[in-house]
Design a protein around this ligand. Sequence first.
Ligand SMILES: [Zn+2]
Length: 452
Amino acid sequence: MPELPEVETVKKALNKIILNKKIKDVLIYRKNIIEGDVNYFKKTLINSKFTKVDRLGKFLIFNLDNDKAMLSHLRMEGKYIYKDNINKKSEYARIIFIFSDGTILNYDDSRTFGYMSIRDKKDYLKVPPLSELGEEANKNINIVKMFARLSKDKRLIKEVLLDQHIISGLGNIYVDETLFKSKISPFSKANLLTKKDIETILKNAKEILNLAIKHNGSSVHTFTWDNGKSGDMQNFLKVYGKKGESCPNCGHDFKKTFIGGRGTTYCPYCQKLKSDKYVLGITGPISSGKSTLLNELKKKGYKTYSCDEEVDNLYNDLLFKLELKKLFKVDSKEEIISLIKKDKSILNKLNNLIHPIIKKQIVSFIRKNTGKLAIEVPLLYQAGFDSLMDENILILTSKNKDYIVNRGEKGKEQFNLNKDLNYYQYKNKATYIIYNDGSLISFKKEINKLPQ
Ligand SMILES: [Zn+2]
C-alpha cells in the first residue's frame, strides 16, 4: 500500500503532467471507487481543469478550476498512469480522465479498493475523511499532546501508528522501520511508552518519511509512478521485508509476526518491549522438552500454564467425564487412549471436545495475569492457538529414533505420533526455534539465548 512518501511522489509527478489541461470526458468502469453520485462526479470534472494536486496523509487532493476538489486515496493497488494517446488504456484502468489534447490519465486499480470523491474547496479539510486525519508523520508533532493522547491508548504501538486518526501517513513499511530505529518492540503498549519514547518515535518517523520522499518512495509490491518509474527507498530499508536476515545491530535474525492482521518484521533483541503483559507460546513434539522449557521460564519469572497438566485435570472434572461418557461410552484417560489406539478418528473427536475448553482456560489465564506469561500447548499451531500468543517457541528435537524406541512400547508410539504430526512443517510459524539434542546442558544454553 502506498504510504506518505509514495503518495507524495505521485503528487509531484501529477503536478508535472496534468495541470491546466481541459478535461473532455471521464470514463468510469468501476462505480464503487466513487463516493457519492457518479453523474455529479462526472459533471463536476468535465470541462474543468486540474490546477494543482496537493496531498494530506495518504490522500491526494486534485484542485479544480471551479470551487470543487477531487479527493483520491490509492488504498492497496491504486496508481495513476498517464498516456499520450487516447487508445492507451492501462491494464486495470477503472476510471479514465480524457483531456482535450488527446492525452489521458488512467486510474488503474487491480483490486478496486481505491476511493475518489468530490468535495467543496472551501471546507474539504473540515469534513471527513480529511477532518479525521491525525497530524502528518513527516512534520513536527507536538510531543506533549501526543504523549497525553497515547497514555490513554492501550493498543499496541504498531496498531496505533497505523491508525491514520492518530498520526497520518505511516503504513506498514515505515511503521516497522520507525519502531526498529527507535528500538521499541511493536508489541509495546502505547500507554506504557514514556514521553522520551514517543519523542524518539516521532523524530524517527519524520526522518524516515522525509528520506523516503527524497528517494521517491519504496518500490515494493506494485508501486510505480510517472509511467513505471520506481523509487529506490527499498534499498535503504533496514527491517521491512527482511525476515530471517541478520539485524545489523546485534546479528540475531529478524522475526516476522502478525499484529492486527499486518505482517510485522522486527528484532526481538534490539527492540525493547514495554508492556504489562507478554504471552509466549511453547510447543513441540512429545518428549521434546516443553516442560523443561516451561520450568526454566518459571525460574526466570514467567507465570506458566501447562496444557498437558490442565488436560490431565480435566479427567477429574465431573462434567467433562459425563461428556466423555456420552460421546465415547468411557470416562477415564486410560480407556480413551486405548480407544484411540484402535481407532485414530477418536482422537479428532476428543480434540474437538477438549480444544474449546482449553482455549477458554488459556484466554482467561491471559486475561487474569499481567507480566510475562508462558503457555505450553502441544498442538499450538494445529489448534490455531498461536494467534493468542505474542510470540511462540517451537522445540524441535534431533533425539533420534533409538532414544525414543529405548523407552519401549510407549516410546515407539510417541515416535510414530510425532512423525504423523510433523512439526517441521510449522517452522515458518514459529518466532523462535530451539533444537534439543537430548543434552540438558546444551538445551539450557539454547534457552538462555532467547531474548530476556
Ligand atoms: Zn537486533
